[in-house]
Design a protein around this ligand. Sequence first.
Ligand code: ARG
Length: 605
Amino acid sequence: MHLRHELRRIFSAALSAAAAAGDIPDDSDDLSLTEMVRATTDAKFGDYTATVAMPLAKRAGKPPRQVAEAIIAKLEPGEWFDAPQAPVGPGFINLTVKNEALGRIVAEAAADPRLGVPPVETPSRIVIDYSSPNVAKPMHVGHIRSTVIGDALARILAFRGHEVTTDNHLGDWGTQFGMILWGWKHCRNDTAYADNPTAELGRLYRLVRKAADAKPEELANDPEAAELAAAHPTLARDVLQETARLHEGDEENRTLWASFMPVCQAEIDRVYTRLHVHFDHTLGESFYQPFLGEVVEELLAKEIARESRGAIGIFTDGEEKPPLLIRKADGAFLYATTDLATIRWRMQHWKPDRVLYVVDHRQSQHFRQVFAAAEAWGYGDVDLVHVAFGTVLGEDGRPFKTRAGDTVGLEALLDEGVARALEVVATSQAARAGDAMPVEEQQAIAEAVGIGAIKYADLSQNRATDYVFSFDKMLELKGNTAAYMQYAVARVEGIFTKGGIDREPLREQLKQGEISFSDPRERALALQLARFPEALDEVEADYRPSSLTAYLYEVAGAYSTFYDALPVLKAEGHERTARLALCDLTGQVLRHGLELLGITVPTRM
Ligand code: ARG
């Protein structure tokens, strides 16, 4: 049951009826009007309030209260809502969900695998391009955001009923390979490579990059890199040449590249396994190389691209502004060329209605231009969206770095999160009397809590802004954190264990009989639970998983208020059944909600 959909339906009927009677202007098929219903924050204004009378009054030049009254006169509240009272203030129309209706919604949702969430009416085919790290460089904290946000969006959109295809658009063809190739040829350690190939490639990458790019003062405390830089004054250029050779098809470099790729893939796969992230496809930049030449030719032939100082570009912002370059004067293709080839390939093979690019906000300009170019090229039907996110900052408010000033490696970060979570788990275990938890279980919980904390801290931020990475905050057991939410699930589910109650027969029973709520705290929780579909709508509206975390946090809060005040297991008869139903659905909504965010929930904590 989706209460807001129902409201939209009854408002749209009321608007048509009022328009037909000549009481309001006849623009009721303006859909945005029926969208003007929102959840109230204060129960004294009902559960939902509609603001539609105000814009309509303005259009009609009538007093808004009069318009509101005309709408109310035609409003058929149906089976879910009480008849509205007179308008409030300048013309707000407040609606309250019927008590019996809430009982029915909770009972039905508790027994429904979809928890009362209807699938979207018109499913779309959605491609999500996320994670997409540049391989052969160690993954760092910046990669968390794309990976975690993209994964949550993929899960949520699929649950809503869309046809989702995920694609990890690996940066597997970039200049980092020039450094590795050069390093391989000049400084490799074969024993180290045989022992741990990823570590050796990582070492070569860091060493050569430093020797090629670092300023003299940065080289001062790295004798090995300093020596290398001194011995090879043209290193920066030599490295670029290795990349160019790879791109031109040089045998040796291609063979080496092909031997490095599985190693790089294994490295990032370790992180994905740990994060429980999985991709339908991993078509990296290298996959599109065979098509780049023809893409440029086609864009030239269609006069979408043209020559500019020896290079080829697309003037997406007019003649005055710099074009989007797709071929350099030396013949090399660019990041944008690959992105255009990718759009073409996806349209040919997957025919998406929408493509989401979950990528750092610093690439906004790139995507704006690529999208404009794609539209000019004839891909105007697909909705291309840059789901941008801000930078991860340290507690000093600057981009998150280690004490030594390096970017923080992702695996080390996950390890630290889990280690810290283990301390929290062990401390709370030690404080608890009675049955000690086996160490392996504590470990498993720490993994779920530590990784969950890192994911949740990221997902609960407004993705568009920068956020401050703080282990202390994200592992707090109070407040809007994963640990608090995971603990809430364990608490709710614990009731059933404690009471020896089997939830399946309870759900069967709920399907048969009616339940009703008499206490306002029961009602408040029931209403929150009924809003799960609305929270998921909000996530999709602007691709913000934080709408879901905020919602789950409110559910947990409503549950605490309810549970702290009212007995459940000690209640009797209908009251007990109704409260158990609330507990059951709360547990399911929280658990499922966290799973949609990619967060594992231990059964006990
Ligand atoms: N590899 C790129 C980077 O690390 C991100 C790629 C995003 N996806 C895309 N289709 N451009 O900056």
